[in-house]
Design a protein. Structure first.
Length: 317
């Protein structure tokens, strides 16, 4: 099929490429031999994937504009693989970390929405690292990014699926009893786990991101504090930490009084959003905050911790 190499059909114009596929389909119908049809069909399948699937195959749930702030001058850092309890003794490039194929779906819609936030906040990160004061708009961009980042990771998908499983375990037996349906605990457990196992992780994270987008301004009333420390800050594959010392048992909703969110900006800068009606972060020791933050990152991480120094990860281990 020499026309596959025709530059006219490698055009980025979707309409042109769509008509090209239609032309191929019409050509396919004229072929009598099944083997020839099979060859054409395989090429059409390839074209469909390359034309309509987005270029952003590897979608980052922790963006590169954030990860790169924890690397050395060569764009590499050390990795602590938690599941193996092993720190790699060589540095790894940051751009291959914290990504999953089509994590936000194959249509590219969520990925493109997140990219707009990342493009805006990347400049905010640069200003923080250069120790330049943020204006009001930049502070709002940072707060919105913190909220989105909390809801967009693999860890959050795990959490949402687990909460769904727990809810079904509590609700389903009650419903079946009311309906007069006989069941065993093993049957309920098997059904629920099978049901949860069939749920799409992509759909789950899309729901999570949509929830964050609908609530994007709900952190605007929190105070913002940027901590600068000489101590080395780590980042994980679920970097935003949500705390609530005022309501420790049930105060982890984004509208709850006493909320605290922490996001590492770089190896030496930490962003804290907090309810200033309850806390006074300005009087806390920055180095103590960073030490506690690193420990919580270790506890909360799904699979990996990252740092530009080996010693920092060894101290956490």
């Amino acid at each position: 099929m020499h026309f596959l190499n025709n530059k006219h059909y490698q055009d980025n114009d979707v309409i042109t490429r769509t008509f090209f596929i239609i032309r191929c389909q019409n050509f396919y119908k004229t072929l009598p031999a099944p083997i020839h049809r099979g060859i054409i069909l395989s090429n059409l399948n390839y074209l469909f994937r390359t034309v309509f699937m987005p270029k952003q195959k590897n979608q980052h749930y922790v963006p590169r504009c954030l990860l790169k702030n924890f690397t050395d001058k060569n764009g590499k850092f050390f990795i602590f693989r938690l599941l193996q309890n092993k720190i790699l003794d060589i540095k790894i490039p940051y751009y291959d970390q914290c990504k999953t194929e089509y994590f936000y779906g194959s249509d590219g819609i969520i990925e493109n929405k997140l990219k707009k936030f990342e493009d805006r906040v990347s400049n905010v990160f640069n200003k923080i690292i250069s120790n330049t004061a943020l204006n009001t708009y930049e502070e709002l961009c940072l707060k919105q990014f913190v909220l989105l980042q909390y809801f967009r990771t693999e860890h959050m998908v795990d959490k949402r699926l687990y909460l769904m499983l727990e809810s079904l375990n509590k609700i389903l037996p009650t419903v079946l009893i009311q309906k007069g349906v006989k069941f065993s605990k093993e049957e309920i457990d098997s059904y629920i786990r099978t049901y949860i196992g069939k749920l799409s992780r992509s759909d789950t994270v899309q729901d999570s991101v949509h929830l964050a987008l609908e609530s994007i301004n709900h952190l605007d009333d929190l105070a913002l504090e940027i901590i600068h420390t000489k101590n080395n800050i780590v980042i994980s594959d679920h970097p935003v930490i949500m705390l609530n010392f005022f309501q420790p048992s049930y105060g982890h909703g984004i509208d709850c009084a006493g909320l605290i969110l922490l996001l590492p900006i770089s190896s030496n800068y930490l962003c804290i959003l907090y309810d200033e009606g309850i806390y006074n972060i300005k009087h806390e020791n920055p180095d103590c905050i960073v030490d506690s933050f690193n420990k919580i990152q270790y506890i909360q991480a799904r699979e990996s911790l990252y740092s530009n120094t080996l010693e920092t990860l060894q101290n956490i281990k």
